[in-house]
Write a protein that binds this ligand. Structure first.
Ligand code: SF4
Length: 384
């Protein structure tokens, strides 16, 4: 089987809606560099949906894929409306051959979640992840609606509903937080214990060498994550997962991971916008206006056509495309230069270490050290 792609796409982030009912200060879709959303249709049309499904089916056939992951994204995907979104899912399932196992998930701000949504998503087996940045004063510092009102209470209501609904735990297990070093890590950890959601994921704010991270100070993000890691690791509860740390642990032990935001593994994620544009990961929108526009679409192209674009190819091949400093780095296997959008510099492009390089170095070396000490203590590793 031949392919121009170094690795086939298996994860499709589909922008079914291109507007949001929140207006978060750090949002890379609407409040950083990119402005192309203004020209996007608010909601993906039925025609674009059908082209998308047909192209996924053809891509799976060409690469012999037994399964794909479709992430319904926005903006806020629930703005599509329940009947329309469920119809979208059913129609996509009907177009892609049954031999291809389709895993659906949705990333939501939680504002619209109610019992009917939970019933409908559970009936379709769609897993949901919610965004929540921590206790009220931190969450509401950034995650505001268009009237400037905080969204904390509404997200907490959604979490309460998901946890109490008979089918809620089937589809909901993870909240995602953007790291804010002004939050005390132990306060954040206690908050996570209080809301009692098994999974937690961390994301660094989208920033680069030309648009630096919001909190200044060398290694402030790294120090925060080290402290949060220790709280989690020392708790030693297998039923409490922090995906970002688990991915680093998996890489230390050489296990495969599926993420594009850390590690030098080839990337298999592609984005489809509401107008059908095929684009690389949407976090690139934090670099400059129009960066993700490749002139490709599900109406006119195959997913493999993205490989002709050198910028996307660099993203897809992972560690092979790194700068010299990263290639020589001791922890390149675990870090992989960090997230490619975080390597951007207006003057030099992407041939740089991550703007979070010192933070990642601190965190990964710390995790390595902790793991080595545990293994030595258990007699599973001899000291060098
Ligand atoms: S720690 Fe820095 S130099 Fe090392 S791989 Fe990561 S970004 Fe590159």
């Amino acid at each position: 089987m031949s392919s121009n792609l170094p690795h086939p796409c298996k994860t499709f982030v589909v922008k079914v809606v291109s507007r949001c009912n929140l207006n978060c200060s750090y949002c890379y879709m609407y409040n950083l560099k990119d402005r192309t959303w203004r020209d996007q249709p608010g909601i993906m049309s039925a025609g674009v949906r059908d082209h998308f499904a047909a192209k996924v089916d053809a891509h799976a056939a060409r690469h012999g894929l037994s399964g794909v992951h479709i992430i319904l994204h926005g903006g806020e995907p629930l703005l599509m409306g329940r009947v329309r979104l469920i119809d979208w899912i059913e129609r996509v399932r009907s177009i892609i051959r049954p031999a291809v196992d389709i895993r659906f998930s949705i990333q939501s701000n939680g504002i619209l979640i109610d019992e009917d949504w939970i019933d409908a998503l559970a009936a379709q087996g769609v897993r949901i992840g919610l965004s929540l940045d921590g206790p009220r004063r931190f969450h509401d510092a950034h995650r505001l609606d268009h009237k400037g009102l905080g969204s904390f209470d509404r997200v907490m209501d959604a979490i309460g509903l998901l946890r109490s609904h008979p089918r809620g735990p089937e589809i909901f297990s993870t909240v995602m937080a953007v790291v804010d070093p002004s939050v005390d890590p132990s306060e954040m950890f206690d908050f996570w214990q209080e809301i009692d959601v098994p999974g937690f994921d961390l994301s660094l704010p989208h920033a680069n060498w030309s648009s630096p991270p919001p909190v200044k100070g060398d290694r402030s993000y790294g120090a925060w994550m080290v402290e949060f890691f220790d709280l989690w690791f020392d708790q030693n509860r297998p039923d409490r997962s922090v995906r970002y740390f688990e991915n680093i642990l998996r890489m230390i032990f050489g296990f495969p991971i599926s993420t594009d935001n850390i590690g030098g593994r080839p990337v298999d994620v592609i984005v489809v916008e509401t107008d059908g544009s095929i684009e690389p990961t949407d976090a690139f929108k934090s670099c400059f206006d129009g960066i993700t526009k490749l002139g490709l679409s599900v109406q006119n192209n195959a997913f493999d056509d993205v490989s002709a674009n050198p910028f996307v190819r660099d993203f897809q091949v992972g560690a092979k495309a790194l700068c010299r400093r990263c290639k020589r780095c001791d922890i390149v296997n675990e870090c992989g230069g960090g997230y490619m959008p975080h390597r951007y510099d207006e003057a030099t492009g992407f041939a740089n270490p991550s703007v979070y390089c010192s933070d990642l170095m601190l965190l990964i070396n710390h995790i390595r050290g902790r793991v080595c000490r545990v293994l030595q203590h258990e007699g599973l590793m001899v000291e060098a």
